[in-house]
Design a binder for this molecule. Structure first.
Ligand code: NDP
Length: 241
């Protein structure tokens, strides 16, 4: 068992999740790192980190990984629900499969995580769930209809549950990043949407590095348990929308 509580991070194989894994590790937390690709998580080479190839949509393998990590490191103090996908496109032509995948990973995957830790955190009267929303969960953007829909859902789910469990001293924190330099937008099959994202990023002199979001997550988590940072919107200063 470790002195510091276990921190579970989904989507730890790249971008914000990988940066958050490194920062929490530097701060002495034992980690459960989850994503579908195992090799990039193992390549982080972090001490006291259990890495498991888990699709967050698969509730049973998600549960098995948490059980294994809690047996090794003790009960989870924090879940960072970070795994997500974004496919930007014209809604008239975007494939329903892309819509479904965004709904599955961004909403159902996040709900799976909440389901797996919430009741136990409430019983223990402590714990923190950090849900990664988005500026696209606060306002809408062209070619982002379903992505915005999933992120508005994240904000609504997170805030509603926060209210309902506040009396159990369990915190729900929503972190809403603006533009961050990661692989996220590169999965879009719509080349114009991809190019538009990177053109705007260059036009404003670059966007956030994932480490800035990792710092925001750590800040919120390290506040005393009696302090709940309900929502943080963290954007590049020069990002206008
Ligand atoms: P990346 O594409 O770099 O990272 C996404 C992560 O999610 C990867 O580790 C990926 O791992 C994981 N993932 C995707 N699908 C699944 C799945 N089914 N099961 C488990 N893991 C999965 O993007 P970011 O780091 O930018 O994204 C992290 C979060 O930040 C997302 O929720 C995103 O919506 C949000 N965000 C990002 C912004 C940005 O500008 N970059 C802005 C606002 C919010 P693998 O492929 O190995 O499964």
């Amino acid at each position: 068992m470790s002195e510091k509580p276990l921190v579970i991070i989904t989507g730890a194989s790249s971008g914000i999740g990988a940066a958050t894994s490194r920062l929490f590790s530097e701060n002495g937390y034992p980690l459960l790192l989850l994503a579908r690709r195992l090799e990039p998580m193992e390549a982080l080479d972090l001490p006291n980190a259990l890495c498991r190839a888990v699709d967050v949509c698969d509730l049973e393998s998600f549960r098995d990984a948490i059980t294994e990590a809690e047996e090794r490191f003790g009960k989870a103090g924090c879940l960072v629900n970070n795994a997500g996908v974004m496919f930007c496109a014209d809604p008239a032509t975007q494939s329903v499969d892309e819509w479904q995948t965004m709904l599955d990973v961004n909403v159902r995957g996040l709900l799976n995580g909440i389901h797996l830790v919430l009741a136990d955190m409430m019983a223990r009267q402590t714990g923190t769930i950090v849900n990664i929303g988005s500026i696209a969960g606060v306002k809408t953007f062209p070619k982002h209809a379903v992505y915005c829909g999933t992120k508005f859902a994240v904000h609504a789910i997170s805030e509603t549950i926060r209210q309902e469990v506040s009396g159990s001293d369990v915190r729900l924190v929503t972190i809403a990043p603006g533009m961050v330099e990661t692989d996220l937008v590169n999965a879009s099959t719509d080349q114009a949407a991809r190019d538009g994202w990177w053109d705007y990023a260059n036009q404003i002199g670059g966007v956030l590095q994932p480490e800035s979001i990792a710092q925001s997550i750590l800040f919120a988590y390290q506040m005393p348990q009696s302090v709940c940072v309900r929502e943080m919107v963290v954007c590049p200063t020069r990002q206008e929308p």
